[in-house]
Design a protein around this ligand. Structure first.
Ligand SMILES: *[C@@H]1O[C@H](CO)[C@@H](O)[C@H](O)[C@H]1NC(C)=O
Ligand SMILES: [Mg+2]
Length: 258
C-alpha cells in the first residue's frame, strides 16, 4: 500500500509542477516540448522563408508553402514562437519604462488583436497552419466562439504598460459586428480595460489594413493622444505613417495581411 501511495503522491506533485511551469502558459494543447523540426525540404529552406516573411521581404503571399506545414506547426506550437514573442515584448517593456510620460493621461499604446493580444492558434492548428487558403466562414465561426486565448507575452506587456500609466488602444481589422464577441473574448482572456477598442467600420471596406490603421492612428493623434508604442504581428499594423514613437513586430508565419 505505502509505496503505491508514495507513487501516487509523487505523480500528483509532478503533475502540478508541470502545470505550474508549462501547461498553465500553453496556448494550445498540442504544444510539444520543442519548436525544433527538420526545416529543410528539397529546394526550400523553411527557416529562410520565415525570415523573409518576418522581415517584410516577402509580401502579398497567400498561403504557407505546403512543404513547410510541419515546420511552421512545430514553430508555432513549440517554444521558439513563445521565445521570439518574449524578446519583442521584453524590448517593448524596457522602452516603455524609459519613457518620460506626458502626464495628461494621453499616452497610449496601440495593440493589434489577432496573433498579438489574442491567439488563433487553436483554429490554425486544425487548419494546416496557414497552408490552407483563408476561409472567412470557418474563421468567423472560430472568432465568434470568443474562445481565443491571450498570447501570454502580450498580456504580460499589457499589464506592465497599464502599471506604468500608459493606456491601451486596441486597433483591429475585425469588423464592427464582432465588437461584442471581441469585448467578451478580451475580458475573458485577461484584458480588462482599455481606452478604446477600434474595429474596422464599413467606410473602410475595400481599403487595406495599412490605410485603415494609419488613418485611425492619425485620428488618435488629432484627438490629442500620443501613440508612444505600437505592437502587431503584421507589418500592416505598423507601417503607413502615424506609426507611433516605436513599433514592435511580433512573429507570425501563418498569414499575410496587406
Ligand atoms: C469554409 O468553411 C466552411 C465552414 O466550416 C465550410 O463549410 C466550407 O466548406 C469551407 N470552404 C472551403 C473552400 O474549404
Ligand atoms: Mg494581427
Amino acid at each position: 500500500m505505502f509505496p503505491l501511495l508514495l507513487l501516487f503522491l509523487a505523480t500528483l506533485v509532478a503533475t502540478s509542477q508541470a502545470q505550474g511551469d508549462h501547461i498553465a502558459h500553453q496556448i494550445h494543447l498540442l504544444r510539444p516540448q520543442s519548436g525544433a523540426r527538420k526545416d529543410d525540404v528539397p529546394g526550400l529552406s523553411c527557416v529562410s522563408w520565415r525570415l523573409a516573411v518576418e522581415t517584410n521581404n516577402m509580401v502579398g503571399w497567400k498561403t504557407v508553402p505546403k512543404e513547410c506545414e510541419n515546420y511552421v506547426g512545430h514553430y508555432m506550437l513549440g517554444d521558439q514562437y513563445r521565445k521570439d514573442s518574449a524578446v519583442v515584448t521584453n524590448e517593448a517593456y524596457l522602452y516603455a519604462k524609459s519613457l518620460k510620460l506626458g502626464g495628461k493621461g494621453k499616452d497610449v499604446w496601440v495593440f493589434d488583436i489577432d496573433e498579438t493580444s489574442l491567439s488563433n492558434l487553436p483554429y490554425y492548428a486544425k487548419h494546416g497552419f496557414g497552408v490552407e487558403q483563408f476561409n472567412h466562414t470557418s474563421s468567423n465561426e472560430w472568432v465568434n466562439t470568443g474562445k481565443a486565448p491571450a498570447l501570454p507575452e502580450s498580456l504580460k506587456l499589457y499589464k506592465k504598460l497599464l502599471s506604468l500609466g500608459i493606456k491601451v488602444v486596441f486597433l483591429t481589422g475585425r469588423p464592427n459586428d464582432q465588437r461584442t464577441v471581441t469585448t467578451n473574448n478580451l475580458k475573458n482572456a485577461g484584458y480588462h480595460s482599455w481606452e478604446k477598442l477600434i474595429l474596422k467600420g464599413s467606410s473602410y471596406s475595400g481599403k487595406t489594413a495599412v490605410v485603415y490603421k494609419s488613418t485611425e492612428r492619425r485620428k488618435l493623434e488629432r484627438n490629442g493622444y500620443r501613440v508612444v508604442g505600437n505592437i502587431g504581428d503584421q507589418w500592416s499594423d505598423l507601417l503607413g505613417g502615424h506609426s507611433g514613437n516605436r513599433i514592435f513586430k511580433l512573429p507570425d508565419p501563418l498569414y499575410y495581411i496587406s
